[in-house]
Write a protein of this length. Sequence first.
Length: 213
Amino acid sequence: MSEKPRYPLSWPDGWKRTRTRIRASFGRVESSADGMYGGKKKISVEDGYDRIEHELELFGVDVSTVIVSTNLKLNMRGVPSGNTGEPSDPGVAVYWKRKGKPESMAIDTYTRVADNLAAIAKTLNAMRAIERHGGAEILERTFIGFAQLPERRGRPWREVFGFNPEAAPNQERLDETFRSLASRLHPDKSAGDHDKMVELNLARAEAIRELHG
């Protein structure tokens, strides 16, 4: 769990990326001064983050261990900041442990980070409904299915990082190299490359599994 970076986005192995994103209608109801209906406002990043924590807490997850990974820089709380504009890649990945097992979920269907956060919260809520209605075994099978998504295909992680084929870098060197490459490849950079950044994130996860798993 601790090896997953909160920034930049660390996409789970095997999860497909969305190429054509859509606008969402997630929002929150506002009340007017007299307590009447005041309209619906777009959900904020903080709202979406809090919704995810709430849903996972209801699952019995220790929220202090939850990692929400996005392309938004972190604020003073160490969570995604909604004050820096929308990144070119608004995807969201969430990692946690439940019953001692690592689990994750990722969504990049929508054009705003806040909406992808809200979508994950909605999905978790729906999965809790399965559990509430006696579908605990179905729920477990669903999470097992997530965990068994196919491994990535492509260049070996050492090649992606520029290491020789026999290299066995320690965590410090791996992290330093990752940060150096990410500083150039991140989609928010002028010469960034979305696909190569995705490849780098997946290669990092594969390297950690092999070297430290």
